[in-house]
Ligand binder design. Structure first.
Ligand SMILES: Nc1nc2c(c(=O)[nH]1)N[C@@H](CN(C=O)c1ccc(C(=O)N[C@@H](CCC(=O)O)C(=O)O)cc1)CN2
Length: 296
């Protein structure tokens, strides 16, 4: 039976570490790190994530602001708001909750955030730095996966990591990070996606499997080898008549079957998800440090 990788526990530990840094800043009467989160429209899941980010900021002692904008806002108005925060010294991190309404060009919006405040790590300058192995703000979910592997002492050097999914938020950045030699994981990486003719051919070779496809229970035990490490990034809402909410969250991996053959596995919920917010706080602290030079 696989050992559970407890993202909830690790994310709490990271938040405690950040909280103690913020307490020290208070003692030294220094400015506190600040994060502004921008939400366009009223997608219930996005609203919940934004509230959760603000709550976590408050818990660790960071300054936090939520800007909720009507779905009818124009791209120009959104970018002009971002520009205001680009120049606001109270906020060191700016995050625009995704997805955006279809009529707003996501790429234009991401590019309008100055790279120094881009705590999502989605700006092309930060993406480029990540790919060439330079220090930068790393997208929160991949950063969380690296932290889980590190804190569970899971060796990646020379291991074959198979990433299923090629999104800009998870698949591409985690593949690049795990590939890195200098200060990196030094793994052998394969990216598989929906156009692959025989996905199992690739997944069966994985020492570490990262599932980020957005398809409930897509990864089955017979697609994997014994003792594989399984990281499930999927967050899929499926109907559940037994839940008061009417739905439950499940991952991209068939947890019940796969946990019988894996050596380590992340659950959903409680695995990678909580790490996304913990690493957002960490990125806000890193951005603060660079912008203010207030911490060694
Ligand atoms: N600007 C961004 N937008 C989005 C990102 C992102 O990193 N930046 N990621 C996702 C949503 N997301 C954060 O924004 C996020 C997703 C899931 C969780 C989480 O803690 N999940 C829990 C389950 C929560 C539930 O019950 O609904 C878990 O897996 O245990 C946190 C943050 C898309 N948008």
């Amino acid at each position: 039976m696989a050992q559970i990788i407890d993202g909830k526990k690790i994310s709490s530990e990271i938040k405690e570490e950040i909280k103690s840094v913020c307490s020290q800043l208070v003692k030294e009467k220094k400015q506190l790190p600040g994060l502004v989160t921008i939400l366009v429209g009223n997608n219930p899941a996005s609203k919940a994530y934004v509230n959760s980010k603000a709550k976590s900021c408050n818990e660790v002692g960071m300054v936090s602001k939520i800007e909720i904008l009507d779905e009818s806002i124009s791209e120009e108005e959104l970018i002009s708001l971002i520009n205001r925060f680009n120049n606001d010294k109270n906020y060191h991190g700016i995050l625009v909750q995704l997805p955006l309404p279809k009529y707003i060009n996501e790429s234009n919006v991401i590019k309008s955030i100055i790279p120094e405040k881009d705590v999502d790590g989605f700006h092309p300058i930060n993406v480029g730095k990540l790919v060439i192995g330079e220090e930068t703000l790393i997208p929160c979910t991949p950063y969380g996966i690296l932290e889980l592997l590190k804190r569970y002492n899971i060796e990646t050097k020379g291991k074959h990591v198979v990433v299923v999914g090629r999104s800009n938020i998870v698949g591409k950045p985690i593949a690049n990070l795990l590939l890195q030699k200098r200060d990196g994981a030094n793994a052998v990486v394969t990216i598989v996606h929906s156009a692959a003719k025989n996905i199992s051919f690739y997944t069966k070779q994985a020492d570490i499997l990262i599932a980020a496809i957005g398809s409930p229970k897509f990864i089955k035990a017979e697609m994997l080898k014994e003792n594989v490490v399984v990281i499930d990034v999927g967050i899929n809402r499926v109907e559940d008549a037994n839940s008061p909410k009417g739905y439950k969250i499940i991952g991209d991996v068939d947890f019940d079957e796969v946990s019988k053959i894996a050596s380590f596995i992340t659950p959903v919920p409680g695995g990678v998800g909580p790490m996304t917010i913990a690493m957002l706080l960490k990125n806000t602290l890193i951005a603060y440090k660079h912008l203010t030079k207030n911490i060694e």
